[in-house]
Design a binder for this molecule. Structure first.
Ligand SMILES: [Fe+2]
Length: 436
């Protein structure tokens, strides 16, 4: 459990809060590149860390990220004209270039000095891996982009999707880091697939467990500090002489990477996956899902299973809102729960959302009872809250400046019980220098 004060520290992300300031030291996935694909196309509303913003692709291809409202009389720039390398407010025609500088002020034709003084709040962006990244922190602390393997691979070897979650970010990532829950919440998804259910209800190959996930439901954790955050080894018994290891990662400030399931032979060459739990505000989250397939291209079948509005992480509507959601109780099927699978809810992402959103917009952690299998969660909280407190005291987060270390992989292996975990490599092609 946490004290009320610590729960506030963990969950509040507006500007000026310790956690909000910590997150603003990192590059943040803002929108899919496809949302702003077209130069001079429609501006897109995006809310991040409690701030209402507008994203747009300018005539020259640069992506701008502005305050959502014009600094003149606060008219909404969602309705702005995106033209000739800038956004022009439709209220009085004031225009701003991608850097946020006012470059035209037709209502004040004789006041060039005033025009030069007016800027709109604007955040730097980068495009990598199909994602527009934003930096919302102080300019003198702007780091390099994190070198996630998925973001650095060719398009055919990665995917990236997102959906809205109606809860605070921390309870979402705590699900992403919790290896123990797959033995329960996501049990039987393979039988759904075998029964011929569609992509959004069935199991992707990475969710297929080994027997160990079913027979040993109380994993032991080995958690180690890393430059990017934490490496979490979850150990289950696999026969009398072996352990089944699932090595996940927590990467500051809100990322998880988790390993493929299935047989060791399959897992060794399989794609692995991860999430970014990006706060929209204190009570809503963008749940990004991404995948990296370092050894081969995704097959067409895998791609259709993982991506798209009807894919494995969906189904979602045109605004990234899941169709199974708390307003319809995720369409829980009690018969299915009794006679079919463990939850009666279709789709891994919807199963996660049901338990996480149902905790309330901000989970009250003063009422929890944590056990040994929650060790990864405890370590996550300690790590992120320590970094937030240290930053509030003037110490910058080292992870923000460790972009290369983010190129780690998640793996699952079966090892003899005598073999130490260090024998397993988690490094991707470009992670050699800083990882470990
Ligand atoms: Fe889950």
């Amino acid at each position: 459990m946490l004290t009320c004060e610590d729960n506030e520290l963990l969950t509040r992300v507006s500007a000026g809060t310790p956690m909000g300031e910590l997150m603003r030291r990192f590059w943040i996935p803002a929108v899919l590149e496809t949302e702003v694909a077209e130069p001079d196309g429609s501006p897109v509303r995006v809310r991040l860390l409690g701030e209402d913003l507008i994203a747009f692709r300018s005539t020259d291809g640069a992506v701008g990220l502005f305050d959502s409202n014009c600094p003149h009389r606060r008219a909404p720039l969602f309705f702005a004209r995106n033209e000739e390398c800038g956004l022009r407010c439709v209220y009085h025609g004031w225009k701003f270039d991608v850097s946020g500088q006012c470059v035209d002020m037709p209502t004040e034709p004789d006041n060039a000095i005033f025009m030069k003084k007016v800027r709109i709040k604007s955040y730097p962006t980068r495009v990598r891996g199909g994602v527009v990244w934003a930096y919302m922190g102080p300019p003198d602390h702007m780091p390099e982009l994190p070198e996630f393997e998925w973001a650095c691979l060719p398009e055919r070897q990665r995917y990236v999707v997102k959906r809205r979650q109606q809860s605070n970010w921390a309870q979402a990532i705590e699900g992403g880091l919790d290896s123990a829950h797959i033995s329960f919440l996501h049990r039987h998804t393979e039988s759904q697939l075998k029964a011929g259910q569609s992509a959004n209800g069935g199991a992707a190959p990475f969710m297929r467990g080994t027997d160990a996930v079913v027979t040993d439901r109380g994993p032991m954790y080995e958690v180690e500090n890393r430059p990017y955050g934490l490496q979490m080894g979850a150990r289950r018994n696999s026969g009398p002489d072996h352990y089944y290891w699932r090595i996940s990662h927590f990467l500051m400030p809100f990322y998880s990477l988790f390993p493929p399931g299935g047989s060791p032979e399959y897992a060794a060459k399989a794609p692995y996956n991860g999430h970014a739990f990006v706060p929209i505000d204190d009570e809503n989250t963008w749940t990004w899902s991404f995948g990296a397939s370092p050894h081969r291209e995704y097959s067409a079948e895998e791609r259709s299973l993982m991506s798209g509005h009807d894919g494995f992480w969906g189904p979602i509507d045109g605004n990234f809102m899941p169709l199974l959601n708390r307003h319809n109780d995720y369409l829980i099927d009690r018969k299915q729960q009794k006679f079919g699978d463990f939850t009666g809810i279709r789709g891994v992402a919807n199963q996660d959302a049901a338990v996480q959103e149902g905790m309330g917009a901000i989970c009250d952690r003063t009422k929890e009872h944590l056990g040994a299998s929650d060790r990864g969660i405890v370590m996550f909280r300690r790590t992120i809250m320590r970094a937030a407190r240290e930053l509030a005291d003037g110490t910058e987060p080292k992870a923000a400046q460790s972009g290369r270390a983010y190129g780690v992989r998640s793996v699952s292996v079966i090892l003899p019980r005598s073999a130490p975990l260090e024998t397993v490599s988690t490094q991707s092609a470009h992670s050699g220098e800083l990882a470990g």
